[in-house]
Design a protein around this ligand. Structure first.
Ligand SMILES: Cc1ncc(COP(=O)(O)O)c(C=O)c1O
Length: 417
């Protein structure tokens, strides 16, 4: 006899109380490292480029093979600094992936740049390089991409278009710390690359970000924007900026030194151990779900060497073929005790903030996306479910229980129709 679904009064498969996923995990020695820094009188405000900032920036630059790293208070501010670093002028155009976390593109609205959206691949959610070329106009200065959930974008295609059309590439790596494309680490491809180090990210300081580049011009402009006083005095060499070397452009985007201590502590070996064990645990999860015959694993192109941080676990389902709604399936799975969600971020063209006639910022004009459609993004968004990015061997029993719950619900799928 088939087991009764929990939504029909049966017993749930997963009895472990929620939440099932917490990040960052408990890290032995982290609290001591933070306490030691404070007790030893480590500075809690660092106006120059020294101490923990210099140490962490040097490590991050080396790990990404970049000339310069600049720590910031958040990934959003790192993106703002990256766009500012390019010297974008109001009215110029930047092409953004239409699907990411909103901060991949929102800083552009503060610079008066017209943001044009590029559709994404319906299976990876990454920018569709085949749609990118035709969006480039004489006013286009840059493209911004995100390596969705850890899957590198089609680096060869994006880089070739940028080179041929003479536009810059801003590479948002916030989901994909240390992911690799053909054996090379992301964060080393864009003219300027950015990582969020916010609390849910694999490598985290609670809040924080970093900008990486080989361009002295971008680095100096970004430093002037948010790192005044000693830092801009020490780092800015360009004579054009001599008079404002102390004030910079007047904003403050420094990372909290304790966040830098935390990131430095987690960087090695923890971060790389987590990447390895997350890949292994999610491979098992993915194979278990695929064995039900109704869930497709996350797409993975042949050029992906590693998904790195693997920020999200988003398997895909063909809901029309299953003849159930995503809402009905999620309700049934939650009743079985699972932590499962419908992903919350819609494609950018559906966000009210990008509406050309609403929520103006500094009176800047916005690009008009009304009438344009983004079928790749709509198809991708409609197909995915959010499940926990289980990471550790101790979580394997829970992974297996999740798979069992999916199988149970599929066995009774007619109840949901
Ligand atoms: C792809 C992406 N870009 C940028 C950000 C912004 O980072 P932060 O929250 O550190 O400002 C995030 C945060 O989740 C993100 O996922």
């Amino acid at each position: 006899m088939k087991p009764r679904l929990a939504i029909c009064g049966g017993s749930p498969v997963v009895k472990t109380p929620r939440p099932h996923f917490r990040w960052p995990p408990h890290v032995p020695g982290l609290a001591d490292a933070l306490a030691r820094y404070v007790e030893e009188g480590g500075p809690l405000s660092i106006p120059g480029r020294d101490g923990i900032y210099a140490k962490l920036e040097d490590r991050l630059a080396a790990l990404h093979g970049r000339g310069y790293a600049l720590l910031t208070s958040s990934g959003t501010m790192a993106l703002y600094s990256a766009f500012f670093g390019l010297g974008l002028e109001p009215g110029e155009e930047v092409i953004s992936t239409v699907y990411s976390f909103h901060a991949t593109a929102t800083p552009l609205l503060h610079l008066g740049v017209l943001v044009h959206f590029c559709d994404v691949e319906p299976d990876t959610g990454n920018i569709d390089a085949s749609a990118l070329d035709m969006l480039v106009t004489p006013r286009t200065r840059a493209v911004v991409t995100n390596h969705m959930w850890g899957h590198p974008v089609d680096v060869d295609a994006v880089a070739a278009i940028c080179r041929r059309r003479g536009i810059a590439w801003v590479e948002d790596c916030s989901h994909a710390h240390f992911a690799q494309h053909r054996g090379r680490t992301v964060g080393g491809f864009g003219d300027v690359s950015v990582l969020s180090l916010q609390g849910n990210k694999l490598l985290t300081g609670g809040e924080g970000g970093v900008l990486l580049t080989d361009s002295r011009e971008i680095y100096e402009r970004a430093t002037l924007l948010g790192h005044s006083l000693q830092r801009s005095e020490e780092c800015v060499q360009d004579s054009r900026w001599r008079e404002i070397r102390r004030t910079g452009f007047g904003l403050k985007f420094r990372m909290h030194p304790l966040a830098a201590v935390m990131v430095d502590y987690l960087l090695e070996p923890h971060c790389f151990d987590w990447i390895r064990s997350r890949a292994e645990t999610l491979r098992r999860f993915s194979e278990g779900l695929a064995a039900t015959g109704k869930v497709q694993p996350m797409a993975r192109r042949p050029y992906v060497t590693s998904m790195g941080a693997h920020y999200g676990f988003k398997p895909r389902l063909d809901f029309p073929a299953l003849r159930v709604t995503r809402e009905a399936l999620v309700t049934a799975l939650r009743a079985e005790g699972l932590e499962v969600d419908i992903p919350g971020s819609p494609p950018f063209h559906r966000l009210p903030l990008f509406d050309p006639e609403r929520f103006p910022i500094s009176g800047f004009r916005k690009a008009d996306h009304r009438g344009r459609s983004f079928p790749g993004a709509e198809a991708y968004c409609a197909s995915i479910l959010s499940l926990p990015t289980f990471t550790f061997p101790e979580e394997v029993p829970l992974v297996d229980a999740y798979v069992e719950a999916f199988a149970k619900v599929f066995e009774n799928i007619e109840v949901l129709r």
